[in-house]
Ligand binder design. Structure first.
Ligand SMILES: Nc1ncnc2c1ncn2[C@@H]1O[C@H](COP(=O)(O)OP(=O)(O)OP(=O)(O)O)[C@@H](O)[C@H]1O
Length: 294
């Protein structure tokens, strides 16, 4: 993908399966929104092959679009509509695409309840707080019971409780409808909790692809084991902390005290990948990841 002479995406290669939750991470300007917009059919790509639900998003019709749920980063339309009225109105559009396996739309009141907008159903959209607005956005994304849900920074502005409820909501949608979810986020904790797979986009390509656990294991380096015996503190770095600790206990038994095993976090791994990209070393980071996970 190029904007004028600037190449933003260069060799992004990704496959998403039904029922999978994928988090797309990357620094500001990495091309996450651009990627999502291309997949949604909202943006012409400069080159490359894209297939979404079996179709090229540049050549699709309303039936294809009805299978998609979309939560954009921000939009300001519909301010004068009331919450319930707007959801009901948007939902009606999906009725024509209902099937026995996929009844459409989701009942307006059920949805309002599930996104926690009960007390605000009669409010006008422009009267909602930022977080309430975001809940409405998520409801709009779900009202058509999508097969594929795109969420661009969905939980930005949500309070911790709403964020947790939102995670449950996404998991429920996936469990009930086998919905595939592609979300962007800057919240690594959210990515770790929510996603089956995390993709790190930087330097125009995906430099890491795996579960949080796999990323940390492949790129996180050694774990650090700290313990003391007879009041003497020890530190040891190891790839296999569980085995090391087992050996430690086999040797010292109850004399082992103050044991702590520290491991790189997803944030450490992510920051390291991005730092390497900024130092012009993204390709080596990606190659290292591929080598270690092959
Ligand atoms: N319509 C456009 N015309 C020209 N350049 C654009 C356009 N849209 C985005 N860009 C540029 O493309 C790059 C990728 O932008 P994009 O919005 O996809 O990034 P992002 O990863 O979603 O960022 P953020 O985390 O800040 O939301 C940025 O350098 C941006 O300035």
């Amino acid at each position: 993908m190029e904007y004028g002479a600037v190449r933003v995406l260069d060799g992004v290669d990704l496959t998403v399966r039904a029922g999978e939750i994928i988090a797309l991470l990357g620094p500001n300007g990495a091309g996450k929104t651009t990627t999502i917009e291309i997949l949604e059919g909202f943006r012409h790509r400069s080159a490359g092959r894209v297939e979404v639900l079996g179709r090229d998003p540049e050549h699709v019709g309303e039936a294809w679009r009805a299978d998609l749920g979309v939560v954009l980063q921000s939009w300001r339309d519909h301010g004068v509509w009331r919450v319930r009225e707007l959801l009901h109105h948007i939902g009606r559009h999906y009725a024509a695409y209902a099937t026995p396996e996929r009844p459409r739309p989701v009942d307006t009141d059920v949805l309002i309840d599930r996104v926690g907008l009960n007390g605000n159903a009669q409010k006008r959209v422009k009267q909602l707080s930022g977080g309430q607005r975001r809940r409405l956005d998520v409801a709009i994304g779900l009202v058509g019971r999508p097969r594929l849900l795109f969420l661009d920074e969905p939980s930005a502005g949500l309070d911790p409780q709403a964020r947790r409820e939102f995670h449950d909501l996404v998991h429920d949608a996936v469990d009930e409808n086998d919905t595939a979810v592609l979300l962007t986020t800057h919240d690594l904790d959210e990515a770790e909790r929510l996603a089956d797979r995390i993709l790190v986009l930087t330097g125009g390509r995906i430099v890491a692809d795996g579960s949080a656990e796999e990323l940390v294991l492949a790129l996180g380096g050694d774990s650090e084991v700290v313990w003391s015996v007879d009041g003497r503190r020890n530190v040891h770095s190891t790839r296999e902390p569980a085995r090391f600790v087992a050996d430690l206990y086999a040797e010292h038994g109850d004399a082992v005290a103050d044991l702590r095993v520290g491991r790189a976090t997803l944030e450490d791994v992510y920051m390291d990948l991005v730092r390497r990209h900024e130092a012009g070393d993204a390709r080596s980071a990606a190659d290292e990841f591929e080598r270690k996970t092959r």
